[in-house]
Design a protein around this ligand. Structure first.
Ligand SMILES: NC(=O)c1ccc[n+]([C@@H]2O[C@H](COP(=O)([O-])OP(=O)(O)OC[C@H]3O[C@@H](n4cnc5c(N)ncnc54)[C@H](OP(=O)(O)O)[C@@H]3O)[C@@H](O)[C@H]2O)c1
Length: 216
């Protein structure tokens, strides 16, 4: 039976990953906090994903993917149900982007440098196995990106080795090399990669790049 993926978040990342998981043979439910968006989500996922609430996604998923606005992640997890996430791998795609505008193309974050959004979420739901992933590349390159330099690197972190192994398998299917940066604290380094990734875009150089870690 196909592994079930529950997606909490109905924006472009949620929809892109929903379609990516469907393409790779998973059974997907995408959740929105706004019931009026459900028909639109059916259309955007070509009728191939189930659509429901944040709680429906948390209950449905063997693996849960968090794709809300960073500032809404805490309340989204509370709305979805902290208990439903216990023991599950939770792929955290979010970035703590503040509502204030970028400064000369540099995004502002609402987290301090020695903390991160994923650490806050892990403290909120301690029995869930959070893994940071998909946070440092644009949605257009999240599913099997074709780049001249070959597969890009996805930086991940989290406290559960089995959860990171599960996410690494998914990332390989989605066309990424995986660089495991360690425990949840490494999100302090991975989340700001989004700031760096966005700078060329804000400076007019496009949004079609991705990070690759080169090694000897
Ligand atoms: N866009 C990208 O290319 C990209 C790339 C990498 C990482 N990310 C990160 O991925 C996450 C999702 O980004 P996105 O661009 O897809 O969408 P987004 O606009 O950042 O988030 C949309 C989702 O957030 C929910 N939301 C917004 N405000 C809320 C609130 N006050 N209470 C509860 N839920 C709220 C929406 O709920 P409803 O379902 O009710 O509308 C929707 O599900 C973000 O954290 C972003 O930093 C984005």
């Amino acid at each position: 039976m196909a592994k079930k993926i529950g997606i909490i978040g109905s924006g472009v990342v949620g929809v892109t990953l929903a379609n990516g998981f469907v393409k790779h043979g998973y059974d997907v439910l995408i959740g929105t906090n706004t019931p009026a968006k459900r028909d639109d989500l059916k259309t955007k996922t070509h009728g191939r994903a189930h659509v429901g609430s944040f709680a429906d996604a948390a209950i449905f998923g063997d693996v849960v993917v968090l794709t809300t606005k960073g500032g809404a992640a805490d309340s989204a997890i509370r709305t979805a149900g902290i208990d439903y996430l216990a023991g599950k791998t939770v792929i955290d795609t979010t970035n703590p982007i503040a509502d204030a505008p970028p400064v000369n193309g540099v995004l502002q974050y609402f987290t301090p440098q020695n903390d991160s959004l994923m650490e806050q979420l892990q403290r909120l739901a301690p029995a869930a196995n959070f893994v940071k992933a998909f946070s440092c590349v644009g949605n257009a390159l999240m599913v099997n990106p074709m780049l001249p330099g070959g597969p890009p690197t996805m930086f991940i972190c989290g406290n559960s080795e089995p959860a990171k192994a599960e996410v690494s398998t998914i990332l390989n299917q989605f066309g990424f090399e995986v660089e495991d940066a360690g425990t949840v604290e490494a999100a302090r380094a991975i989340e700001p990669l989004c700031i760096l990734w966005c700078i060329p875009g804000f400076r007019g150089a496009g949004w079609t790049h991705a990070f690759k870690l080169l090694k000897t």
